[in-house]
Ligand binder design. Structure first.
Ligand code: MG
Length: 143
């Protein structure tokens, strides 16, 4: 398992389907927020995101947002309506918050995945935590 490569690549978060998560034995999906689950400019969760989170929950997958974004109030406000826990100021590529989440939700590294758009933070943090790194294309705001 090279630290230089994501274990799987997807175009968007919706491509990570509940069926795939089940097939891959994923019980805890740690997700980056900015440019992964939302565009930086999005203030509220998009309908696609709400639907996806619901479907993942129904499949028994716990989603926790692990972001380097330090805006605690904004993060809470964004995550509350979709009913997911969030960790802000996570300091990825450090793996401390990923490991802490696995401990909190009592899920083993084998059943955990980190999903994010950035190699230098998300992929490296996953490798440091010895879990699978799944990468989505970086979503850009269209100006
Ligand atoms: Mg990101």
């Amino acid at each position: 398992m090279s630290i230089f490569r994501a274990d799987r690549k997807f175009e968007r978060f919706e491509d990570v389907t509940p069926e795939l998560l089940k097939d891959e034995g994923v019980k805890l999906l740690l997700c980056d927020l900015d440019n992964t689950l939302r565009l930086h400019s999005e203030k509220e969760p998009a309908d696609e995101l709400q639907d996806w989170v619901e479907d993942c929950k129904k499949a028994g997958v716990k989603i926790v947002i692990i972001s380097n974004n330090g805006r605690k109030k904004m993060m809470r406000k964004f995550c509350k309506p979709i009913g997911v826990d969030c960790v802000w100021w996570a300091k990825k590529p450090l793996s401390k918050k990923l490991t802490a989440a696995m401990k909190t939700y009592n899920v083993s590294p084998e059943n955990s995945v980190m999903l994010g758009d950035k190699w230098s933070t998300d992929v490296l943090a996953a490798k440091a935590a010895k879990i699978r790194a799944w990468k989505v294309e970086h979503r850009k705001d269209i100006i």
